[in-house]
Design a protein around this ligand. Structure first.
Ligand SMILES: [Zn+2]
Length: 179
C-alpha cells in the first residue's frame, strides 16, 4: 500500500527538535502542529513539564490542551507527538500506541498522528529522527515508518506560547516558595 501522507517538517521545527529532544535524556518530548489542509509540520512545542521516566513519555496534558485551543484559533491543528527513546527501542512502544488510541478516541476527526522517535546524543548516539504514522484499524492502532522529509521554509516557528496558567493550575505548577 502506498503511503500518501508523508509529513513535511519545516527546517525551523527540525532544528528546534534537534536542539531540545535531540540533546536531552530519553523520553523527552513535545507536540507537533501544522496546517490541517496539507502535511506540513510548522509548529513544535517542547514539553518541558512532561514526565520523563523509563516507562515512557507522558505529555503535560493540561498545558498542551490549553495551548492547542490557542493554536486552533491560529489555524494550526495537532499533527502528532514526538519523543526520544533509550537505545534499542527504535519504534513506537505498546504504551505509545495505547496513548495514540486514547487520542483517536477523544478526537474522532483526527485521521492520523505523526509519532517520530528520536535518538538523543545524550545516549552517546548520533542524532536521529525516525518518523512513524499512527492510524486506526478497527480497534487497533497501526504504526508505519515513513521517510523523514524536511524542507526549508521562509518562516520560522510561529511564536505561540501556552496561555498563562489559571489560579487552579498555578498551585500545581509552581513550587510553594513562589506562591
Ligand atoms: Zn515511546
Amino acid at each position: 500500500m502506498k503511503i500518501k501522507h508523508i509529513p513535511i517538517f519545516s527546517l525551523a521545527v527540525f532544528e528546534s527538535i534537534r536542539k531540545t529532544i535531540g540533546k536531552l535524556p530519553p523520553e523527552s518530548g513535545g507536540m507537533l502542529c501544522g496546517d490541517p489542509k496539507n502535511d506540513s509540520i510548522t509548529y513544535f512545542y517542547f514539553d518541558r513539564e512532561a514526565e520523563c521516566s523509563s516507562v515512557g513519555y507522558s505529555p503535560d496534558a493540561i498545558t498542551l490542551n490549553r495551548l492547542l485551543k490557542k493554536l486552533n484559533d491560529e489555524g494550526l491543528r495537532l499533527k502528532g507527538f514526538i519523543h526520544s527513546h533509550p537505545p534499542g527501542f527504535d519504534s513506537p512502544s505498546g504504551g505509545d500506541k495505547f496513548y495514540a488510541g486514547k487520542f483517536f478516541a477523544a478526537n474522532p476527526d483526527l485521521p492520523r498522528l505523526v509519532i517520530p522517535i528520536v535518538d538523543s546524543v545524550a545516549t552517546d548516539r548520533p542524532f536521529q529522527m525516525r518518523v512513524f504514522i499512527a492510524t486506526r484499524h478497527s480497534d487497533e492502532v497501526e504504526t508505519r515508518r515513513v521517510p523523514l522529509r524536511v524542507i526549508e521554509m521562509e518562516v520560522g516557528i510561529p511564536e505561540i506560547a501556552p496561555p498563562a496558567a489559571t489560579s487552579a493550575t498555578k498551585e500545581i505548577t509552581q513550587s510553594p516558595e513562589k506562591i
